[in-house]
Design a binder for this molecule. Structure first.
Ligand code: RAM
Length: 359
């Protein structure tokens, strides 16, 4: 749908937003209406891999949580890529990872502002769907990055790594550390988080392998990507399960808080901890013997790829269909099933290599 279609969706927009703002956004025919009438590949639904990359675009980043250092790095990567491509960056978002209503209103704000594309890390798979569909109806390209919504509610998902690999390898890492024996728990982020929930499903599948028959997953706790709550949840796990042998925390906020708790307790080095963390957060806990190994991708590279995918979508190089390809930096990416673009493989960090990384 073209920019001109904004007029058709304005009534709907007004219903979910403040009328005054919706009216400003829907003021009438703009230069954009005219410019975009020459149908591009993207607007006709056909990808043109040779289409020139557009410049002067605005891409809005909407992370799960703005004050989370992981998203600060990711979004900085997006900002740098957009600068290089001659487009503008903006970031909006809630400060809590459990504020889905806040995320919905930020999607609506970006729609009113008529950004060309938005990159969203969804706190909840379904909650953003109506507003994201409305954005797409207004000719705004939507990529999710880090944490997906339902495939029909965005054009493409820029994934950090295969969800299956991430879930299974975290179990493999912990199992080795506890000699394939004992009670384990998971300390996750928000209960609704799409990314963590998919990884946890794959952890459970991995645990079905008979080689883990002596490992028992006793609890999945939720720290909501809040440092204090994650710390308290770790403390609670140890109180409830005094024989606990290991914890997997697939969240940068959770693993840091759990490491903080363990390192100041009698469990240091005895209760093993792994999951997803940044090398900068975890360095001291690897060096002081609280943590043996954990993993992550480079968040800045994820943000970079999300920005480049957004610009490729607006430019019509891709539409989000399986098999389409586009260049991002010096690499060519192929879109997979359900519009998924995968960054690559995560890195495992331990005492040997952690000093080589700075993020
Ligand atoms: C937290 C967030 C994010 C996740 C990382 C690993 O920062 O929950 O969504 O990808 O951890």
């Amino acid at each position: 749908m073209r920019k001109a279609s904004i007029r058709r969706t304005c009534a709907a927009l007004a219903a979910v937003t403040s009328l005054a703002l919706a009216v400003t956004a829907c003021g009438g025919t703009t230069q954009e209406d005219v410019k975009d009438e020459g149908a591009s590949a993207a607007t006709t639904g056909k990808a043109d891999p040779n289409a020139e990359l557009k410049t002067g675009l605005t891409v809005g980043f909407l992370p799960k949580q703005v004050n989370n250092p992981y998203f600060t790095s990711a979004d900085k990567g997006g900002e740098a890529a957009l600068k290089e491509l001659g487009s503008s960056y903006k970031e909006v978002g809630p400060s809590s990872a459990t504020d889905t209503a806040g995320q919905v209103s930020y999607v609506n704000t970006l729609t009113q502002q008529q950004v060309d594309a938005m990159a969203v890390s969804a706190q909840d798979p379904g909650a953003l769907c109506t507003s994201l569909k409305q954005a797409m109806d207004n000719d705004i390209k939507v990529v999710t990055y880090d944490s997906d919504t339902n495939p029909e509610c965005r054009n493409a998902f820029v994934s950090q790594a295969s969800a299956e690999d991430l879930g299974r390898t975290e179990v493999q890492l912990l199992a080795e550390q506890i000699d394939y024996k004992g009670e384990i728990a998971i300390l996750s982020a928000a209960q609704t988080a799409t990314n963590q929930n998919i990884w946890i499903d794959f952890m459970k599948k991995e645990l079905e392998d008979p080689k883990y028959k002596d490992i028992k997953l006793v609890k999945v706790a939720y720290g909501d990507d809040d440092a204090q709550k994650s710390f308290q949840q770790t403390q609670g796990l140890l109180q409830e399960y005094p024989n606990l042998k290991g914890i997997i925390s697939p969240t940068t906020v959770g693993i840091k808080a759990a490491a903080q708790y363990l390192s100041g307790s009698k469990y240091k080095g005895k209760v093993k901890l792994t999951g997803l963390g940044t090398p900068n957060d975890m360095r001291k806990y690897v060096k002081n013997g609280t943590v043996d190994a954990f993993e992550l991708w480079d968040p800045a590279k994820l943000g970079d790829l999300a920005a480049r995918a957004a610009v490729a979508l607006v430019s019509g190089q891709i539409t989000g269909k399986e098999g389409e390809t586009f260049k991002a930096g010096d690499k060519t990416y192929t879109i997979g099933k359900d519009g998924v673009i995968s960054l690559g493989k995560p890195t495992v960090f331990d005492a040997e290599n952690i000093d080589q990384y700075n993020f």
